[in-house]
Design a protein around this ligand. Structure first.
Ligand code: NAD
Length: 491
């Protein structure tokens, strides 16, 4: 829900506080020509931002190109110290940033605080890697010869990020890029301009040299597209929808630039008879309804074996009732991000019901007078090829289907174009071990929600969920932002 500004009552001081700007060569630039309304409170302005142009992107890339060599020449521990200081600043500012995040994205305050903390920890984790060795020493078959390997920065990298983790995703892409000696141009999601701006401000206040980290706000098909096509961008890391990601991949591949895509998911959980129905329901509910279901790793389809079906559905319905939808400042489940996403959620549930599905919990015809409140939805009795089972909805909607046994459940989990995360609820070591080996997903969760990962672990998927080449997060994130070099030294 962005639009050109017309009229509102917010005074100029308040407008300044909620205005995101471009950061180009260390300067805050651009007007406040796009408004973002709070999705939980109709009529409340949450953020203002400039609508970037091709010229803004060009200026940002020019600044990054000029700043990158000196940044790469700085000793890695010095680069790391700046990242760690920026992480500490985010922690100091956690409460205020989290409130901005709730207002512009809609998630709960607890989720927003957790996300700001995650961004801070990510900066400190990668900052600490400034002290870590990155190369190897290898033996040579030649006499008096030493072989070493080095990791070199790509140069200037482009980042394009979505609205659902508006500060954590920019942080987990920027931090490995920066610690590796790259300069960055980022285009944050239009719906959430303030969060990425807070990250930029922390980096600048921590002493990051001008031009090393640049932000250009605006439309994806303008700012994002120009960024992807510019030959000075040596690599691009994107998180967002599969359609946009695959389009960017073509552009980047055509000029043989490096590309990393993290895209959609349709994450399934298999619940077996030997599981505890209450615990399984809690695992599924946390994965499906936490973050308003707006996580790429959210649980959206569940396969249950016959012996646990009734008890599991009863427990899941009770869990769903606890996820009251509303304003993130007081509800257990925050608002849906936009009218478009709200209507998408309603249409997905309505269509399934019209085709014969049972709606065990939820509704699909509520209004938006009190914001985009969408109750947690549980669908059953629907065919395996129903769109609610196969297509990403990106809302708090879960479809529960019965399977005769483990093998049928595993086959159903794998019958998807996506492969980001997959889960199993069972007490069986044999089934959980087999599932970990055979489930086609980049992350496997046994008796844990599909959503939510630690910051130090490799993250990414297979099939249409990811490029399935370079992983994000943890030390593996450094691979994408560097290239390898082998050095022979003789004496
Ligand atoms: P989106 O694809 O609409 O937008 C993502 C970003 O791409 C935004 O910054 C947008 O402005 C930009 N963009 C849009 N069109 C573009 C174009 N033609 N060229 C260049 N850039 C363009 O996605 P969204 O609605 O912001 O986020 C929701 C999607 O993100 C869901 O599909 C979700 O699964 C996915 N997601 C994936 C992960 C993951 O790690 N796999 C994490 C979070 C979200």
């Amino acid at each position: 829900m962005t639009s050109t500004i017309t009229d509102h009552s917010t005074n100029s001081t308040e407008r300044d506080l909620i205005t995101a700007r471009h950061l180009i060569n260390g300067e805050w630039l651009g007007g406040a020509d796009t408004e973002r309304m709070n999705p939980a409170r109709p009529g409340e302005l949450a953020a203002l931002s400039p609508s970037g142009t091709a010229a803004d992107v060009d200026a940002a890339i020019t600044a990054a190109t000029a700043a990158q060599p000196a940044w790469a020449a700085l000793p890695a521990p010095s680069r790391g110290a700046i990242l760690m200081a920026a992480g500490n600043l985010l922690l100091d500012r956690q409460a205020a940033i989290a409130e901005d995040l709730v207002r512009e994205e809609g998630k709960t305050l607890a989720e927003a605080k957790g996300e700001v903390k995650r961004a801070a920890d990510v900066l400190r984790f990668f900052g600490s890697l400034g002290w870590a060795a990155t190369g190897e020493v290898l033996p040579s078959g030649l006499p008096d010869t030493t072989i070493t390997t080095r990791r070199e920065p790509l140069g200037v990298v482009g980042l394009i990020t979505p609205w659902n983790f508006p500060i954590a995703i920019p942080a987990w892409k920027a931090a490995p890029a920066l610690i590796s000696g790259n300069a960055v141009v980022i285009k944050p999601a239009e719906l959430t301009p303030l969060s990425a701006t807070h990250l930029a401000r922390a980096l600048q206040d921590a002493g990051l040299p001008a031009g090393v980290f640049n932000v250009v706000h605006g439309k994806g098909r303008v700012v994002g597209d120009v960024l992807a096509r510019d030959p000075r961008i040596a690599g691009m890391s994107f998180t967002g929808s599969t359609n946009v990601g695959l389009g960017l991949q073509e552009i980047l591949n055509a000029r043989r630039a490096r590309v990393q895509l993290e895209m959609g998911g349709k994450n399934g959980v298999l619940v077996l008879d030997d599981a505890d129905p209450r615990k399984a329901a809690q695992v599924v509910a946390a994965g499906a309804f936490g973050l308003t279901g707006q996580a790429c790793t959210a649980t959206s389809r569940v396969y249950v074996t016959p012996g646990i079906r009734a008890a599991f559905l009863a427990a899941l319905t009770e869990e769903a009732a606890q996820y009251t939808a509303g304003d993130g400042f007081d509800a257990k489940m925050g608002a849906v991000v936009s009218s478009q996403q709200f209507e998408q959620n309603q249409a997905a549930v309505r269509t399934a019901v019209e085709r014969g599905a049972t709606l065990l919990h939820g509704e699909y015809d509520g209004g938006t007078d009190a914001g985009f409140r969408f109750p947690a939805a549980i669908l059953t009795d629907l065919p395996f090829d129903d769109a609610a089972v196969t297509e990403e909805i990106f809302g708090p909607v879960v479809a529960v289907l019965e399977v005769p046994d483990y093998e049928a459940g595993l086959a159903a989990i794998n019958d998807s174009r996506y492969g980001l995360t997959a889960g199993i609820c069972t007490d069986s070591l044999a089934f959980s071990t087999d599932f970990a080996a055979r489930a086609q997903a980049g992350v496997i969760k046994v008796n844990r929600p599909t959503a939510g990962l630690d910051l130090n672990v490799p993250f990414g998927g297979v099939k249409d969920s990811s490029t399935n080449t370079f992983r994000e997060q943890g030390k593996s994130a450094l691979d994408f932002f560097t290239w390898g070099k082998t050095v022979y030294t003789g004496v």
